[in-house]
Design a binder for this molecule. Sequence first.
Ligand code: DC
Length: 233
Amino acid sequence: MAEACGAAPVVVALDGPAASGKSTVGLAVARELGFAFVETGKLYRALAWKALREGVAPDDGPALAALFREVVVEYRLADAGPQILVDGEDVTAELAAAEVAEAASALSAFPEVREVLLPLQRRLARPPGVVVEGRDIGTVVFPEAPFKFFLEASLAERARRRAGDFAALGQDVTPAEVEEDLARRDGRDLSREAAPLRRAEDAVVVDTTDLTFEEVVRAIVERVRAGTGSNRE
Ligand code: DC
């Protein structure tokens, strides 16, 4: 991994559908490698929060574009997790809400919304490296990334994991409800025209359905250390 010592940051792109484990896996991989970790979904959620606050419908493309022309979103890297600011206001704690996730999924379909976030995402790459998690990281944001992974897991398994997350937070949601929500968001992320959820041709697919968390993290870290984290070689 000679690049890690040079000036250019090493980018590890981590894409996949909702609840495929990208956030927890990405954080662990970043820690192992001594890299920063960026969850780009939080940026879409930040814009969704802004739209909800201003009463702009998340399916009104022109109104969203006008609203976001002036907005300032900041993604601050910190050991305790990222801090997200919208026009100087810390909104980090509010981004987990289901209505914010739903609005983020809707507004992320608009190319003019995606464009707002593109330079910001690219600026977050810093030496020695960064693990960037999202839907279009390997295809659009960092198409030249030397390491690309696409996490997959069956819908049932993803729903089971996400229902467990909700239960841990004391929220009573059935796996069936979670499955319906995930299927709707997946459908939208996959079918939109602008930067849809798609595996980059040179991304390594990691199907996590039957793997433990540790096995997934190890598989990715070992590939990055060995320099075989993409199918380009
Ligand atoms: O990963 P997440 O659930 O926090 O993402 C919220 C929404 O943002 C998701 O439904 C799709 C969108 N998103 C996107 O379109 N592109 C990304 N790189 C990250 C997220």
